[in-house]
Write a protein that binds this ligand. Structure first.
Ligand SMILES: NC(=O)c1ccc[n+]([C@@H]2O[C@H](COP(=O)([O-])OP(=O)(O)OC[C@H]3O[C@@H](n4cnc5c(N)ncnc54)[C@H](O)[C@@H]3O)[C@@H](O)[C@H]2O)c1
Length: 393
């Protein structure tokens, strides 16, 4: 199967992700049809794209003529039939398995045999969506990050039924759009949404225990760790509705492995409608005139906080390699390009020493007696054999 006929691309869903994906594909010269069932969503998407294009022209990043060509390549429609001559269809509608399956069944009836079908799902399995298709070998996950035109990473997720040639074609096409692609196994959270969980969960755990307040934990991770945003600022930015649901979905999908256990603190914020920036209140207060606490810049406390989050993140990155979710190189790319971590977690592990990572996790496990801190077998094996991930052994 080849993507040579993919000059025309179909995008389903004119929301945040669909419109961003349409912008990318039109920028790279494809004719694009954006389908949505809601006329309101379609007109909002078109107006949003024009606004972005105007801004790019004002900033001198695009010529006026280029901007007009990009807009001219995208057709917004509520008629699914217009997808019929697409070479690739990328779906980015509501995150609901039954609705996605129904849509793909209708699309499969319309498009050519060679057309590749992809979902941008964040949390559903590729296998479950593909079960609705007559030809599941042409289906895969293509997971963009928000905002799609700006974020360099795309996770490519073949399902159990996906044909190798489909994966290869999709990977090549998306690399041609200037994106960094990583290959992930069809497992919950793929790479980024799995490995990143402790950034939030271990920080909330320390807040709940009273180790430090949100401002201090954010300070430790940004100032001492080099992360662009602290976990509490980031969760307030993402929104607790989105971040909590991802956490809960990953936890359930891992058959309730305690490593991924959600917190009551975040659940309560979600239940109360304190969703973060967008509602004016989350871990912090965003109302005009509100004052938020200053961090306690105690260096030793900060180091303890950073180390605890970091070793948990490293353990998760190692698990992704151990369970063959992705190669060690792709795990590094995913976390630096998908969530802007200052360093790849496995390089970071080499730098602080795998023995130190193991000892820290063992100390936490001894202190709390909880399985969430169990060190990964690959970490133990590497320490025993005095190995490193990238450096000389
Ligand atoms: N927002 C993110 O940060 C993000 C990141 C990566 C992946 N995703 C995934 O991308 C997908 C879309 O997310 P989003 O944030 O763009 O959602 P969104 O709510 O902004 O947009 C979804 C769009 O789908 C349309 N829609 C719903 N049901 C439909 C149907 N049956 N047929 C046609 N159109 C339909 C809605 O009208 C809406 O315009 C989801 O699967 C989500 O998990 C989201």
């Amino acid at each position: 199967m080849s993507l040579s006929i993919a000059n025309k691309i179909g995008v389903c869903g004119a929301g945040t992700m669909g419109n961003g994906i349409a912008q990318i594909t039109a920028t790279f010269g494809h004719e694009v049809v954006v389908y949505d069932q809601s006329d309101e969503a379609l007109s909002k998407a078109k107006a949003g794209l024009i606004k972005i294009m105007n801004r790019l022209v004002e900033k001198g990043r695009l010529e006026q003529s280029e901007s007009e060509q990009i807009i001219g390549r995208i057709e917004y429609t509520n008629d699914l039939n217009k997808l019929s001559d697409s070479g690739l269809v990328i779906e980015a509608i509501i995150e609901n398995l039954e609705i996605k399956k129904t849509l793909f069944q209708s699309i499969e009836e319309l498009v050519a045999e060679e057309c590749i079908l992809a979902s941008n799902t964040s949390s559903l399995s590729i296998a479950s969506i593909s079960s609705a298709l007559k030809k599941p070998e042409r289906f895969l996950g293509i997971h963009f990050f928000n905002p799609a035109p700006l974020m360099p990473l795309v996770e490519i997720i073949p399902g159990v039924a996906t044909d190798h040639s489909v994966t290869d074609s999709a990977k090549k096409l998306i690399a041609d759009w200037g994106k960094t692609t990583v290959l992930a196994k069809d497992t919950p959270g793929f790479i980024v949404n799995r490995v990143a969980r402790p950034f939030y969960s271990e920080s909330i755990r320390m807040l709940e225990e009273g180790v430090a307040d949100a401002a201090t934990i954010d300070w430790a991770l940004t100032e001492l760790g080099g992360f662009r945003m602290g976990p509490f600022t980031l969760m307030d930015f993402i929104g607790h509705d989105v971040n909590y649901i991802v956490t809960e979905t990953v936890f359930e999908a891992f058959f309730y492995d305690p490593r991924f256990k959600p917190s009551f603190t975040q659940k309560r914020l979600y239940e109360a409608g304190f969703l973060g920036r967008k509602t004016g209140r989350g871990f912090y207060d965003y109302h005009d005139g509100a004052t938020n606490p200053e961090p306690n810049k105690d260096y030793l406390l900060g180091k303890y906080i950073l180390n605890r989050v970091l070793v948990m993140l490293i353990n998760e990155a190692i698990d992704a390699v151990f369970m063959n979710v992705a190669s060690k190189e792709d795990v590094e790319l995913a976390m630096t390009k998908g969530v802007n971590y200052p360093k790849g977690l496995l390089h970071w592990a080499d730098e602080i020493g795998l023995e130190h990572v193991l000892t820290s996790l063992q100390e936490l496990q001894n202190e709390y007696g909880e399985d969430r801190y169990r060190p990964n077998p690959l970490l133990k094996r590497m320490v025993t054999n005095k190995k490193t991930f990238f450096g000389a052994s």
